[in-house]
Design a protein around this ligand. Sequence first.
Ligand SMILES: CC(C)(COP(=O)(O)OP(=O)(O)OC[C@H]1O[C@@H](n2cnc3c(N)ncnc32)[C@H](O)[C@@H]1O)[C@@H](O)C(=O)NCCC(=O)NCCS
Ligand SMILES: Nc1ncnc2c1ncn2[C@@H]1O[C@H](COP(=O)(O)OP(=O)(O)OP(=O)(O)O)[C@@H](O)[C@H]1O
Length: 197
Amino acid sequence: MLKIGLTGNIGSGKTTVSKIFALLGVPVFYADESAKNVMTADVVLIQAITNTFGKESYFDDGSLNRKHIAAQVFSDPEALQRLNAIVHPAVFRDFDNWVTLQQVSYVIKEAAILFESGSYLHCDKSIIVTAPLDLRLQRTIARDGITLDEAKARDSRQKPENEKTKLADFFIVNDDTQMVIPQVLALHNRLLALASA
Ligand SMILES: CC(C)(COP(=O)(O)OP(=O)(O)OC[C@H]1O[C@@H](n2cnc3c(N)ncnc32)[C@H](O)[C@@H]1O)[C@@H](O)C(=O)NCCC(=O)NCCS
Ligand SMILES: Nc1ncnc2c1ncn2[C@@H]1O[C@H](COP(=O)(O)OP(=O)(O)OP(=O)(O)O)[C@@H](O)[C@H]1O
């Protein structure tokens, strides 16, 4: 079974693209969701996050105070490193467990920071979804209700798109000039052929 990493900078449309792969029957692992799950379910992580970012990191009902953590980590690269070091090993484990349950020719691992985290090294191939910065920022602001500065701060914590395109094997252009669904269909056929080769 091939493991295909799928990434793109903030607002590029990688989740949108992942959902099209999922509609085609391809199992998709969402690293962002996995991160949120382990951060609220794994007692070792909860303790580490509380120790590092304070008790305000969780609400009384145990849910994650995303705003509190985001405010700390997206304004301070060292704080983000600390959070990554706590969360990423658990996400890697979650993915490894999930993969063993799949019985298909290829799966997708969607991760915002596939290249930054080194996760792409454990994938057979990688896909990047690209879009110009202005459009990505506009989409993020509209989706998340955050300010332009907050969206820029998150983007600045990610490797620039032009560096990632050098590492990726496949591209999906999501800049409103090309239709996305035909690109995903074409890539799906290539990946099926690759998996059966
Ligand atoms: C800080 C948190 C709580 C903020 O949650 P929030 O719901 O506001 O944002 P969300 O998780 O949807 O992320 C939105 C976007 O921010 C960017 N982003 C998230 N985490 C990171 C990171 N560690 N490094 C760089 N960019 C990131 C991505 O583009 C992501 O798609 C959350 O992002 C988090 O827990 N991040 C650390 C875990 C992680 O690295 N997740 C990414 C995949 S493993
Ligand atoms: N081609 C498109 N046309 C119109 N809207 C789009 C298109 N692609 C994505 N969007 C919208 O832009 C927003 C960002 O897309 P999406 O959530 O898929 O990006 P993402 O790369 O997963 O972002 P993040 O890294 O922030 O999680 C969403 O609201 C989505 O519906």
